[in-house]
Design a protein around this ligand. Structure first.
Ligand SMILES: C[S@@+](CC[C@H](N)C(=O)[O-])C[C@H]1O[C@@H](n2cnc3c(N)ncnc32)[C@H](O)[C@@H]1O
Length: 331
């Protein structure tokens, strides 16, 4: 059967991309050798990490029956941050939540804690509340992604493992020698994935002091002290300070970035590439409003721009997506 072959360090993001592209063949055990992981694939698709397609024989697996029975709405789907599993349990299944958590804990040896989402993201730090369900009572985890390691505290700082392929996509666009400014940098996963893969300097700006403390630890953990720095403060002030320094500016906050386009358009240098994030509804032409925001900000600053690419990143709400628009300032 068709198999996607990818280096072990990219396994998690590769699997996520295969799933996103509807190309992951469920019901089979992945295979491993010393260097590579092989995922069962339904079709050939392009993913961000270096990969190839080969033929392999896979043994079929079944989601443990009790888990399938208890999680019928998403058969075994959950997020894994380090060894913490995060489940979303609909109100109709509320009475079974402890049972679901216990089954999950027993079904995967990697899982040490099971948390349930207890709120939507809220507040300026974009945090969620979680309810402890089973295992160790903790929100701190050590998460591995694309050959990097992140210390994460789910209760105190934003982190999403679902953005791993987006981080690799941006890292693949960055060029050696560049200076990269990351606004809304959180615990610095974008900065670190880019700096691990390219010869670049990165500066991350984040308002949440707890996230910046973790970002500083993460820079050390990934041995990037000479390349990456994390600052605590308002993205507007730092966009003014470093906007002209950067060859590439990331704005990875779909709910906030539009308020910061003005200052970025005013301060970024000619030739700067900007990765802008927003939300877009399928009904009204998914990129239309975001492109309008970019156009307005550039017109106000007499800047010309060229769109380099646009893509859906992740589902945000029913029929609404987090989207990314990459554009370059031409003057
Ligand atoms: C959606 S999260 C993204 C975090 C990070 N880019 C990531 O992908 O993990 C947005 C982040 O922006 C931060 N934030 C909110 N207002 C900010 C501001 N005015 N300046 C800088 N960061 C801000 C929040 O604390 C939060 O960590």
């Amino acid at each position: 059967m068709l198999a996607l072959r990818v280096e072990k360090r990219f396994a998690e993001s590769a699997k996520r991309e295969l799933l996103e592209k509807g190309a992951f063949a469920r019901g089979f055990n992945a295979l491993r050798d010393e260097r590579f992981v092989f995922f069962p694939a339904l079709k050939r698709v392009r993913i961000s990490a270096r990969h190839s397609f080969v033929q392999r024989k896979f043994a079929s697996i079944e989601t443990p029956k009790p888990l399938k029975k208890l999680l019928p709405y998403a058969a075994s789907s959950y997020d894994l941050v380090g060894n913490i599993a995060i489940v979303e349990i609909p109100p109709s299944q509320h009475s079974k939540r402890k049972k679901i958590a216990g089954t999950l804990l027993r079904s995967n040896k990697r899982i040490k804690t099971v948390l349930a989402k207890a709120s939507v993201r809220k507040g300026k730090f974009r945090l969620k509340e979680y309810a402890w369900l089973a295992g160790e009572r903790k929100t701190l985890a050590l998460h591995k992604e694309s050959g990097c390691v992140f210390r994460v505290d789910l209760a105190r700082a934003y982190f999403s493992p679902r953005l791993s392929s987006e981080r690799l996509r941006i890292a693949s666009m960055a060029k050696n020698g560049e200076k990269v400014l990351v606004l809304f940098s959180g615990v610095s996963p974008f900065d670190i994935v880019i700096a691990k893969r390219k010869r670049v300097l990165t500066r991350g700006v984040e308002l949440n002091p707890a996230a910046v403390r973790l970002a500083k630890e993460n820079i050390v953990l990934n041995k990037l002290e000479g390349k990456s720095q994390a600052y605590c403060g308002d993205a507007k002030a730092y966009a003014k300070k470093f906007g002209g320094w950067a060859d590439r500016i990331l704005m990875p906050s779909p709910t906030l970035a539009h308020d910061f386009l003005g200052v970025v358009a005013a301060k970024a240098r000619k030739g700067c590439v900007i990765h802008y994030y927003d939300t877009g509804g399928e009904n009204e032409g998914i990129f239309k409003s975001a492109l309008g925001e970019i156009r307005n900000a550039c017109v106000a600053q007499k800047r010309k721009f060229r769109v380099l690419g646009k893509r859906k990143v992740l589902p945000y709400a029913p029929r609404v997506f987090t989207i990314a628009i990459d554009f370059k300032l031409l003057n």
